[in-house]
Design a protein around this ligand. Structure first.
Ligand SMILES: Cc1ncc(C[n+]2csc(CCOP(=O)(O)OP(=O)(O)O)c2C)c(N)n1
Length: 643
């Protein structure tokens, strides 16, 4: 029998967190090295969030050494940094399936493991969930620990402060670990970030070094123990109690900052906290990308990466066509050159939304508000109320956060804010927390909001221009990935609001396809033409207001197929049905889109193909419709109606 070779011997010996309990400190240091190597090996082949995970290796090991998951609850904010937790909680042998179809999720998922206490993907939820769990624990008379780990970036989310406020007032046992690496995806922004940096500044350190032991030894019992411990862990003495006033005023006991890469600091501190009562916040300082020089030097690129060659680093590659994100970013700069009223807003995603180039060009007109989508939207409303033309670039999935602000602050006051919603539709490996498949449904209900979806790069430019010329709020949604074809991208044309474009005439049936679905719909129509069918193809361009004339002309063919990368419930197809109902026309209609379930992770193209949202899928559905068409006509004639 061949002997199994252990690539990561210490990591391979861990089958559950219980195995960590008996490890010596030295072994744990070796374990951390194994984990880093494994992370780099895995993420270089699967893609994923490398730098955030490299930064929490020691912290995760220490937490699992001291606390008892799954009895103690560990909640990772966003949970993009939970790979180490996965490795330590029985998922080592499946880690190579990370973010793959039917593989491990890139985030925490309750259905994946009993150690995943709470699922996430969006930022700022961990403390709220932890407070809920702490209250439920107390109501149940249990005594387990609840630990939320939140990054300094995610701490900029308003929800985190709502939760701190609630928790601090209630005095339940709860630990919040603030993982401070001074980075969100990009460098962290705002006053809180500046405040946290000040707590790490040299001046403060020296003040603390002198004062800490004295202060600690004056705290009865716990204080003496902590002082002894602090003495042992030389470096940890740095700011053992620093002015974490913000958190203390919110009712938390603030401890830190401590070195989040030093187990000799982390473990004794956590062991002490384990015995403390009440809400505690431990401020831990880490380095994003720790241990992999390429990631340490460039944490933005290694925050989330596609697969890469680990010896040379993250490689570009992929399509030779520009991404929608870049087309948008370039167009925004061009339009801002023309119109000085144009300003740009991002909620902690300058690179992801393509607004980072705008930031370089127009630093005075660019605003990164942190992970604060709700604030971003009302902030935009304020700017618009005073005559600016804000373009608020927020991924479709994160727009969900700002729905009330969109209705109450923007639309109700009819303020001209442009929402540029990247990553609309299926996003791929990030999975259900990140698919942008609801925006058409939730936006369509908002009175006065213009909703557009471009089918190519030039149309994105024209829609952005049209949006900025409007005296109304508007949203444009475009997919993750490259534009569908090489085309000269130049100039800007106004698109008449509410006008569809008929791309191909046809009389047997009509396909009405939105945004990313237009190209496959045209290809499907071409296949059908080869089979002798005459198919009309219409790009509505505007989901709201709908070009009713164009929709009714489509109905005249007697058979209509709508295709969208959005939930079927309430999406574009629903709008078309509502239009037909308003006008009393009854063509045969089929709607293609996202069914009423959450779509798992997988390559974007595979997911689309599985749902039929591709050339073949559209052609197949069209064929079925066309086959039923004759029968339908006969039945309708028998019922005395014509179409
Ligand atoms: C509501 C929301 N907005 C934006 C994002 C995108 N996002 C994912 S991780 C991240 C940065 C998080 O920074 P931090 O919490 O400091 O963690 P780090 O990656 O630095 O460890 C952002 C902005 C998100 N997940 N959720």
């Amino acid at each position: 029998m061949r002997k199994k070779i252990h690539r990561y011997p210490l990591l391979d010996a861990i089958h559950s967190p219980a195995d960590l309990k008996t490890m010596s400190r030295k072994e744990m240091v070796g374990l951390c090295a194994d984990i880093r190597e494994c992370l780099i090996d895995v993420v270089s082949t699967t893609g994923g969030h490398l730098a955030p995970n490299l930064g929490v290796v020691e912290l995760t090991v220490a937490l699992h050494h001291v606390f008892d998951s799954p009895t103690d609850k560990m909640i990772w904010d966003v949970s993009h940094q939970s790979y180490v937790h996965k490795l330590l909680t029985g998922r080592r042998d499946r880690i190579h399936t990370l973010r793959q179809s039917a593989g491990l999720s890139g985030f925490q998922k309750r259905t994946e493991s009993e150690h995943d206490a709470f699922g996430a993907g969006h930022a700022g939820t961990s403390i709220s969930a932890a407070v809920g769990m702490a209250v439920a624990r107390d109501m149940n008379g249990a005594d387990n620990h609840v630990v939320a780990v939140i990054g300094d970036g995610s701490m900029t989310a308003g929800m985190a402060f709502e939760a701190l406020n609630h928790a601090g007032g209630m005095k339940r046992n709860l630990l919040v670990v603030l993982n401070d690496n001074e980075m969100s995806i990009s460098p962290n922004v705002g006053a809180l970030s500046a405040y946290l940096s000040r707590t790490l500044s040299g001046d403060l350190y020296s003040w603390v070094r002198e004062e800490t032991e004295q202060i600690l030894s004056h705290i009865p019992r716990v204080g003496r123990r902590m002082a002894q411990m602090a003495r042992k862990a030389e470096e940890a003495v740095k700011g053992f109690i620093t002015p974490g006033v913000v958190f203390e005023e919110l009712g938390f006991r603030y401890l830190g900052p401590i070195d989040g890469h030093n187990l000799d600091h982390l473990i004794p501190v956590l062991q002490n906290i384990h015995r403390l009562k009440g809400p505690t916040l431990l401020h831990v300082v880490t380095k994003k990308g720790k241990g992999y020089p390429l990631a340490e030097d460039n944490p933005v690129s290694y925050h989330g990466t596609p697969k890469f060659d680990k010896t040379v680093g993250v490689l570009g590659g992929g399509s030779s066509l520009p991404a929608y994100t870049k087309v948008f970013g370039d167009a925004l700069i061009e339009l801002a050159n023309i119109d000085p009223r144009v300003v740009a807003i991002t909620a902690a995603m300058p690179t992801g939304t393509g607004t980072h180039t705008f930031a370089e060009k127009f630093p005075e007109r660019f605003f990164d508000v942190g992970i604060a989508e709700q604030h971003a939207i009302t902030f935009a409303a304020g700017l618009a109320a005073e005559g600016k033309r804000p373009v608020t670039a927020i991924y479709s999935t994160f727009m969900q956060r700002g729905y009330d602000q969109l209705i109450h602050d923007v639309a109700l006051q009819h303020l001209p804010v442009v929402f540029a919603m990247d990553r609309a539709g299926l996003v791929g490996d990030d999975g259900p927390t990140h698919h942008g498949t609801f925006d058409l449904s939730f936006l369509r209900a908002v009175p006065g909001l213009v909703i557009m979806a471009p089918r190519n790069g030039q149309m994105l430019r024209d829609m952005l221009f049209t949006g900025l010329e409007l005296d109304a709020p508007c949203a444009l949604r475009y997919p993750r990935g490259s534009i569908p074809c090489a085309e000269p991208l130049q100039g800007f044309s106004l698109i008449p609001v509410g006008s569809a474009e008929t791309l191909q005439a046809g009389s047997d049936m009509a396909i009405l396809a939105v945004g990313s679905m237009v190209t496959p719909a045209l290809e499907a129509a071409r296949l059908l033409a080869q089979e002798g069918f005459s198919v009309r193809v219409v790009d509505p361009r505007f989901i709201k207001p709908l070009d009713e004339e164009a929709m009714l002309a489509a109905a005249d063919t007697g058979t209509v197929l709508t295709v969208e990368e959005n939930a079927l419930a309430g999406g574009f197809g629903s709008a078309v049905l509502e239009c037909f109902e308003r006008h009393g026309v009854t063509p045969r209609v089929r709607r293609m889109g996202i069914p009423d379930r959450f779509i798992e992770q997988g390559p974007q193209d595979h997911l689309r193909a599985e749902l039929g949202l591709c050339t073949e899928g559209i052609a197949d559905t069209a064929r079925l419709l066309l086959a039923g068409r004759t029968r339908h006509k006969v039945l309708r004639a028998a019922a005395g109606r014509t179409s």
